[in-house]
Design a protein around this ligand. Structure first.
Ligand code: ZN
Length: 239
């Protein structure tokens, strides 16, 4: 019920924020003619794909499919709000070069290809979409990781985590975490970069919820609102 009442307001808020940012941007540009008032390109990375299914729920729901479904919804919402979005993948595939000698190196080449896309996109923010899994099935809720290489990463992660707590998961008081070398992309990327673990596939109830179009859209809306706001702030402050 909470979310049903909230959704129309959220959508309106997102659209209004988009409109007000357009005005703010116009004024800002008029006053300063700063080139950095252009919001960053958002590189959306749906984790895993193809032979790499990622985590899997007890009932057989594959992480790679949820990641892509949510990334695509996010792309639609952010594009509708005027952002330039680049997807690392739009199909069910790994990103290694199928013509190269990839024997035993598919995962390494796949991650390198995602890294290259971010590194070759000027003025970008990298957002990777994943699902969590843990041996203890009781854990649930969204968790955001940030790259320690760029100071903007932590504030993006905090904005996403806090927005999710205030609009979608009031009981979720997780703190954002700095990525270690275990998260290859966040460990290596120099651009602002975060990884969103949308929920736990190891929790049967959350896995089923994540697999519904309604929850995917609700989650995408909250993520789009947070990411959109943070990218406008980056543009206006010229970080
Ligand atoms: Zn994953």
């Amino acid at each position: 019920m909470f979310q049903r009442i909230l959704l129309p307001f959220l959508l309106a808020a997102a659209l209004l924020a988009g409109l007000s940012a357009l005005f703010a941007k116009a004024n800002f540009a008029k006053k300063t003619e700063a080139a950095n008032a252009v919001p960053p390109t958002i590189v959306l990375d749906a984790g895993h794909g193809g032979e790499d299914g990622g985590a899997v729920s007890e009932s057989g729901i594959l992480e790679k499919e949820l990641n892509l479904a949510i990334a695509k919804r996010l792309e639609t919402l952010l594009t509708a709000n005027g952002f330039h979005v680049l997807m690392t993948r739009t199909e069910d595939e790994m990103l290694y070069d199928k013509n190269a000698d990839y024997q035993g190196r598919k995962k390494v080449l796949d991650l390198a290809a995602r890294r290259k896309i971010a590194e070759e996109t000027p003025n970008c923010v990298f957002v990777s979409i994943h699902m969590n899994a843990y041996p203890d099935a009781r854990y649930d809720g969204l968790q955001v990781w940030y790259s320690p290489n760029n100071p903007a990463s932590k504030s993006i992660a905090n904005t996403v985590q806090e927005t999710v707590q205030s609009l979608l998961q009031p009981e979720n008081d997780r703190q954002t975490k700095a990525a270690t070398s275990a998260i290859y992309l966040l460990h290596h990327l120099a651009v602002p970069a975060v990884l969103v673990e949308c929920g736990f596939l190891s929790n049967p109830a959350e896995a089923e919820k994540l697999n519904t179009p309604e929850y995917q859209e609700r989650l995408a809306l909250v993520l789009a609102l947070a990411i959109g706001n943070v990218c406008r702030n980056i543009a206006l402050s010229g970080i």
